[in-house]
Design a protein around this ligand. Structure first.
Ligand SMILES: N[C@@H](CC=O)C(=O)O
Length: 364
């Protein structure tokens, strides 16, 4: 491998920013050279800017402690030092949309964890194992932005990652009505039990905006690139998803319980076979963070469990279990995915690895 690509993090001090920092320590392809955050953190060393707010399970890597944090608003300066950026900025959505485009227009690719651009029609929203072909729309986006190498790519919401992989594996059976309840960890809200003690022994049946994301984002993931329109058209077949999203007292790991009807009702053996034999371009390309086996099927009655399964494939794999026939729907099952790895920074990092492998991201 030639020289590593220089990468920066916009929003480096938040929980997702911190996760990017830990994932980029000793990354084989990328070197973390730039940290940017709000004016409040700018000018401080990363260690000073974080203060007592380091929320990762492992200590802050030594190499970032003394790095001086730049101001996210200093677009030209931040962009000058990197080949591409991860975005985890925390601002109002319209400001995120504007600043991510500003960065793209400096000819700096932006791989974003934010929801702000997920419904911009020419911005790909990609799970590398499911819809890498959506990166084709980047050519159209670059035309709109007037760039040659700058663009924005995003990953979908963490809540969909525990069940959308199973729907992808079962597409030939034509998933139709899907009823999903998600049980979401507190790290999805950027919190630990120290800063959210009310969550100990508690359940909160509301996560702002989450149900709309859980129901609609899989349709964009299953959509197609319309070359004439220069955009991604969401799937308009018979798949309909309804959801309830619940916050539960778990640190990491979003669980989903799912009821599903199919157009072509499969057998259990067929369903299990499609899960365990699921392959993808991400695995073929040997991306550093692509799981070797994307989906594991667990036959034990009490799996998947957060405590046992959340770190499957380094937190980048998805666990499916409790697959059984239902008395009203065709089938039901339970899925589990790590929300800050597969569902957030890890998913964005794997997108960047695929963009590099496909030639969309290169040295400036
Ligand atoms: N909005 C989610 C985080 C997903 O990215 C949550 O609150 O858990």
């Amino acid at each position: 491998m030639s020289e590593k690509l220089k990468v920066g993090i916009l929003g480096a001090t938040g929980m997702v920013g911190q996760r990017f920092v830990t994932l980029l320590e000793n990354h084989p392809w990328f070197e973390l050279t730039t940290l940017a955050a709000s004016a409040h953190s700018a000018g401080k060393t990363y260690e000073e800017a974080i203060g007592g707010r380091w929320k990762m399970e492992t200590p802050m890597p030594e190499f970032v402690k003394g790095m001086v944090v730049e101001n996210v608003a200093d677009v030209a300066d931040v962009a000058a030092g990197v080949d591409f950026l991860f975005s985890a900025v925390n601002m109002p959505k319209d400001e995120i949309r504007a600043i991510e485009e500003e960065y793209a227009k400096t000819e700096t690719p932006v791989v974003s964890n934010n929801s702000a651009h997920r419904w911009t029609p020419d911005v790909p929203m990609v799970v590398p194992e499911i819809n890498p072909q959506h990166f084709d729309v980047i050519a159209h986006q670059k035309q709109r932005l007037g760039t040659t190498r700058g663009f924005i790519a995003v990953k979908p919401n963490c809540s969909i990652q525990a069940y959308t992989p199973a729907l992808a594996a079962w597409r030939e059976f034509e998933p139709r009505e899907v009823v999903v309840s998600t049980y979401q960890a507190i790290s999805g809200a950027g919190k630990t039990f120290q800063d959210w003690p009310e969550m100990m022994g508690n359940i909160i049946p509301f996560i702002s905006g989450e149900e709309a994301k859980s129901e609609k984002e899989p349709l964009k993931v299953f959509g197609h690139v319309d070359a004439a329109k220069g955009e991604i058209v969401p799937f308009d077949g018979p798949l309909r998803i309804t959801s309830q999203c619940i916050r539960v007292p778990v640190l990491n790991g979003h669980t989903a319980t799912v009821f599903i009807n199919f157009g072509k009702n499969p057998t259990k053996d067929e369903l299990v076979d499609r899960l365990v034999s699921y392959t993808s371009k991400a695995a073929e390309l040997g991306l550093p963070h692509a799981p070797k086996q994307f989906i594991q099927y667990l036959s034990e009655d009490d799996r998947p469990q957060v405590g046992l399964d959340v770190d499957y494939e380094g937190g980048m794999g998805v666990s499916i279990g409790r697959l059984r026939e239902d008395s009203i729907f065709d089938w039901k099952f339970v899925g589990l995915a790590h929300n800050t790895l597969r569902g957030a920074a890890g998913g964005a990092l794997e997108c960047a690895e695929m963009l590099k492998a496909l030639g969309y991201i290169a040295a400036k």
